[in-house]
Each structure stands twice: as C-alpha cells, then as structure tokens.
Design a protein around this ligand. Sequence first.
Ligand code: SF4
Ligand code: SF4
Ligand code: SF4
Length: 242
Amino acid sequence: MNAPMNEAHPERNSESTAKDKGISRRNLITGAAGAAVVLGMGGAVRVVGGTVPLRPPGGQDESRFIGTCIRCDRCRSICPRHAIKGCGIEDGIINMRTPKLNYRIGRITSGYTRLHEAATPYEGLLDAEGNGYCDFCNLCIENCPTGALSDFDPESAWIGVAAVVPNLCIAFDKLGGCRKCVDYCAFDAITLDEAKRPVVHPEKCNGCGVCENICPSSSYRTFTSRSRRGINVNVDEQGRPQ
Ligand code: SF4
Ligand code: SF4
Ligand code: SF4
C-alpha cells in the first residue's frame, strides 16, 4: 500500500522531500564493514550484548537489514515524527549507529478525534499532530539509499507488537481509571477487559507506537519506570499472530 497523501502537511509527502541518494565514501566503508562482520559471524546478529532493536518500517528482516544498512543517518534525519534514533553501545556493537524507533521522543499533541474520524487509520495518523510515533509516511524507506528499509505495507506487515506491563500500567492500580491507549489506538487493537484493564489484540497491532507514546504511566511513577511504560511496542521474533 502506498502511504496516502498528506494534504494538511504537504512537506511530509515524499514527492516534496525526496533527496538525492548520494552515498559518502565513509558510509560505504562503514556499511561494508558491518556487512563483513555479519557474514563473518554467519549471519548471527543477536550478539555482543545486543538485542534486536525496533527497526523502522521495512527493516524487520534483521539479518538482511544489518548487512545492508550503511549507517548513513538519512532515515533518522528525514523522519517527520522524530521517531528514529541511532543505536548506541547499549544496543550492541554490531548495531551501533543503525536506526531504531523510540516512541518516547516527544508526544502526540492532538489527534485523537482525527485518528478516529479519518477515512482510514493511516490518514488519521498522518493528520495528527506531534512526534514520537510512526505514521507510515514511507519517507524513511524512500530515502534509504541501499534498500535496507524496503517496501512495507502496514496492513499486512508490522514493526512490532504492543504489550501491556501490568506492574507499570495505571489501570492495574487500585484506583485505576486510565484508558488512554484504548482511546488513541487507531486500529482498535486494544480493548478493556471486565476489570477495565487494557488487553492488546496482537493480530490488529502493527506497532505504530501511539499507545506507548501516549501512555502516561511514567508521569505517575518513579524514575525507574522511565525506560518502560505501561504499554511498550516490542520486536516480536515469532511473527505477528494472524
Ligand atoms: S514511516 Fe515515516 S513516521 Fe514512520 S519511521 Fe519512517 S519516516 Fe518516521
Ligand atoms: S495508557 Fe498506559 S497506564 Fe493507561 S491503561 Fe494504557 S497501558 Fe495502562
Ligand atoms: S502500537 Fe499500540 S496504538 Fe499502534 S496499533 Fe499497536 S496497540 Fe494500537
């Protein structure tokens, strides 16, 4: 599926922002070195203390991705939602400077109504305001010079799958009362159970990150929960349940 045109923000359409895809010598050397390391390890990428990061759309085949990404930073710099970050040493040496999604950069500032009133959830996401989630605009894919990020159809593919963390989710507290993730998910992938606690339906979740972005759990808790929220999008190594 091609991303719908964003009439409210024409600068976010690929036609008006596509850049020349020239590759610097330094990037090529870095990419070739990364590919060589992967090949030398027989394609094993979950090594050197790293886990598989949450990749931008189209980068979900990790072995292929790590062998073709040249760490050029183009996807990160073009993402209109500022949802892409460069991996650091904590992600493992082999992943350093490759892109990963971070849904805790910024906030969706408005858009609940538009998310739900738009003709499709994708149009609603493109039309919403704010940063720190993926609206499937495709810009990172179209500006990747090596094809490390390749075609991605959010109707059939997924970035990751959201999961609730009961001991961080406010709805599991005695007072409860929070249902933000349910209200903001444009794909109806979260419902409340009889005890008014959120339940994710993985077959409907494509990993857009709106729920993690909007989850207020870290505002109510100590700094220890800052790296995790009441709901987080994780890489699902088993694949998306159908
Ligand atoms: S598809 Fe668009 S919003 Fe999503 S990560 Fe890529 S550039 Fe960012
Ligand atoms: S938004 Fe966060 S705290 Fe609120 S119900 Fe969802 S997971 Fe729980
Ligand atoms: S990541 Fe969250 S908001 Fe996005 S589809 Fe999945 S459950 Fe819904």
